[in-house]
Ligand binder design. Structure first.
Ligand SMILES: Cc1ncc(COP(=O)(O)O)c(C=O)c1O
Length: 472
């Protein structure tokens, strides 16, 4: 007899992905300007540390809130005892207003359709439990956030089938890629329950176009048992045009309230982890017009509630509209400046990025630095960047990208000084790589690298299938 459950001992959690392995390497040798200047710089963590000063100055001006006081009187006991899993109504009202503000108030949200969760991680898993059975599938455009293998699949038994997007069209979702993924799922005998997208995208740092949003909505309109989940955790980070369009805005423009069949099947996930930079507070939500989903998710939220003192503190902060408006604008301005620094730093090493307008990272094209056009070569390059250059970045393969040579590089979790040092390290590495090629150390490598710069790599659908089956 087994001592532990199968779930506890299986390795489908995804912890052994290079995405998490890079974090482990960083933990062993973290960079510190004074204490460990030769350590690994963490560029694999999508954290927003650029606007803490704004939050801290708000807290300093509102000491009652963090002291658990209302109108000067302690509410410690009230908060300590509060345990209604519907959440504090003042907090839900403040959250829906904040979400509307981010969407330019072109859409409004009803707090009764919101379920609070311990971050988007919990929101995404809860939606899987509500919408799919073990063995059902969700279609996800690639590249996608590596945490989804854990969040969507691990405990629920739901499968992910990739919608393969390519650099040919800047990784946009196309009808043929969507149809192909659907067919692929059917060939695997999987019942497709929906599509999940991140908008803005992690790891691309781009917003979905209206064309893509319409395509997704049309697709689920045509498949009556399918849902569309839009994880909009980065919605407040959009720092350049085109602006952010939420799937809710598309529904508002295209359908009337009476079109329940579609409203019931679209769900939004949000959290304060990125826009406010508070992943430690564990504050997220599901927004859905489907009453049954809201009721079921509310019951399930008992497993991942947001603590009452956190709700109290953040309701006061988000109710301060003057502050939130100023915060969003200033934070976006800082992100824009950072992204520009990273893009120009990489350009100095001859490295280009996918043009982005949102998020805390860039999607970086290092295909020309690979020894061969394979995922093994991508891993070799990644290891050199982690161990020799001492930068932890995330390889595209950990995001299930179909083309080797792409990497996600984060820019908002460090100081400008550290970012400059990272760019300096990378520049020396690239110079060293090209001088070793120029000296003829690696003629085959050199000629391959030259041809690769012009060649856009595409896996055949057989290769995709093989890789995906190996991963399952
Ligand atoms: C697209 C996406 N969804 C969900 C999460 C998890 O966020 P949270 O900290 O709110 O659980 C992340 C975190 O990086 C993310 O990028």
């Amino acid at each position: 007899m087994r001592l532990l459950s199968t779930k506890a001992t299986c390795n489908s959690h995804g912890q052994d992905s290079s995405y998490f392995l890079g974090w482990q390497e960083y933990e062993k040798n973290p960079y510190d300007e004074i204490l460990n200047p030769k350590g690994i710089i963490q560029m694999g963590l999508a954290e927003n540390q650029l606007s803490f000063d704004l939050l801290e100055s708000w807290l300093a001006k509102n000491p009652d809130v963090s002291g658990f006081k209302r109108d000067g009187k302690s509410i410690f006991r009230e908060l300590a005892l509060f345990q209604d899993y519907h959440g504090l109504s003042s907090f839900k009202e403040a959250m829906v207003d904040f979400m509307a503000e981010i969407r330019g108030n072109r859409v409004t949200f009803d707090p009764d359709h919101m379920v609070l969760t311990a971050g988007s991680t919990s929101a995404n898993e809860t939606l899987m439990f509500c919408l799919a059975e073990k063995g059902d599938a969700f279609l996800l455009p690639t590249p996608y956030y590596p945490g989804f293998d854990r969040d969507l699949k691990w405990r629920t038994g739901v499968e992910i089938v990739p919608i393969h997007c390519s650099s040919d069209n800047n990784f946009q979702i196309t009808e043929s890629a969507l149809e192909q993924a659907y067919e692929e799922a059917q060939n695997l005998n999987l019942n497709v329950k929906g599509i999940l997208v991140t908008n803005p995208s992690n790891p691309l740092g781009t917003t979905l176009s209206l064309e893509e949003l319409n395509l997704l909505v049309d697709f689920i309109s045509g498949h009556k048992n399918m849902h569309l989940i839009s994880d909009e955790i980065y919605s407040g980070t959009v720092f350049n045009s085109p602006g952010f369009v939420s799937v809710m805005e598309v529904l508002n423009n295209r359908f009337s309230d009476a079109d329940e069949a579609i409203w019931d099947r679209v769900h939004v996930v949000y959290s304060l982890s990125k826009d406010l930079g508070l992943p430690g507070f564990r504050v997220g939500c599901i927004y859905s017009e489907n009453d049954t989903v809201v009721a079921a998710a509310t019951k399930m939220s008992s497993f991942g509630l947001v603590s009452s003192q956190t709700q109290y503190l953040l309701s006061a902060m988000l109710e301060d509209k003057k502050f939130t408006r100023k915060y969003l604008v200033e934070n976006q301005k800082r992100l824009r400046r950072r992204q520009k620094m990273l893009v120009s730093g990489l350009e100095k090493s001859g490295i280009k990025c996918l043009e982005s307008n949102a998020g805390l990272f860039c999607w970086v094209d290092m295909r020309h630095l690979l020894k061969s056009n394979t995922f093994e070569a991508e891993m070799d390059l990644w290891k050199r960047i982690v161990y020799d250059v001492k930068l932890n970045i995330s390889p595209g393969s950990s995001c299930h990208c179909s083309e080797p040579g792409w990497f996600r590089v984060c820019f908002a979790n460090m100081s400008e000084q550290t970012l400059k040092l990272a760019m300096k390290r990378l520049k020396s590495f690239v110079a060293e790589l090209s001088s070793s090629s120029d000296n003829g150390d690696n003629k085959a490598h050199q000629s391959k690298r030259k041809s690769l710069t012009k060649w856009v790599f595409r896996l055949s659908s057989r290769d995709h299938r093989q890789r995906d089956q190996e991963e399952r």
